[in-house]
Design a protein around this ligand. Sequence first.
Ligand code: NAD
Length: 265
Amino acid sequence: MSSELTGKIAIVTGGATGIGRATVEHFVREGARVVIADVNRDEGKALADSLDASAVFRETDVSDIGEVRALVDFAVQTFGGLDVLVNNAGISGPIYASFLDDDLEAFDKIFAINLRAVMVGTQAAAKYMAENGGGAIINTSSIGGIMAGRGVITYRASKAAVIHFTKSAAIDLGVHGIRVNCLAPGSIPTTLLESSTTELEGEERDAMISSVRSTQSKKRPLNREGTVDDAAEAAVYLASDRARYVTGAVLRVDGGTAAGSTMTT
Ligand code: NAD
């Protein structure tokens, strides 16, 4: 039996579906106990129930500062400590046909979930970890935070900010034995992309989805789409003691997409 995370206590935000769900499953398989934090109560609770005593669900809206802070207290009270926080919850916001249609309401929501929650969660967890032997924090950025491109401009900006926040937090928190790293997945089929195209309809929507997917796949040196397990296994590494000397890093899990162009000219 593998045991990369035996004895560790973790929180995974956005753990009910997609990459977060796979992360919860891999963490439990590796011996961790996990608090699943999500707004999706049905899927989050069902996942926790399927994992018996190794996981509990805590309904949490990470855009609510008080709920994020209470989440850390909940993990400590429930499992007796906190070793790992995965700030995974994220939204891409609506994809518009043009940036000219973009709106500020979406901007505020995206930044509240994708960046402010990362800051609040990191600070709340670090306050506990600093007094209790350190820990590991993993913030989910995106290839969109590394590469500029058309569409989801606010999302890209929020994910770029997550990278810089992570590096700076790593420098600040290293003295307390707290490692802070970024996971930057490439395009992985989850509900994220579909849920961000609600402002488009019919052919325009289908074209946008297939355009994002095919542009990305043409650029991938490993020539296949990523999976939620690809990302989750990288999170296991960053959470584990194997990564004990790794902090302030951005681990791309993108099949090589951001390494450079696969075009010959
Ligand atoms: P997903 O939509 O399947 O999962 C996101 C989860 O976050 C959902 O369970 C959702 O309910 C939860 N969530 C959304 N808003 C929340 C809130 N306010 N409070 C708590 N939970 C909330 O999408 P995913 O692809 O698994 O995304 C996970 C992370 O990976 C996100 O941060 C996303 O930006 C990042 N990411 C995804 C991809 C991709 O291609 N799928 C690529 C790069 C980065």
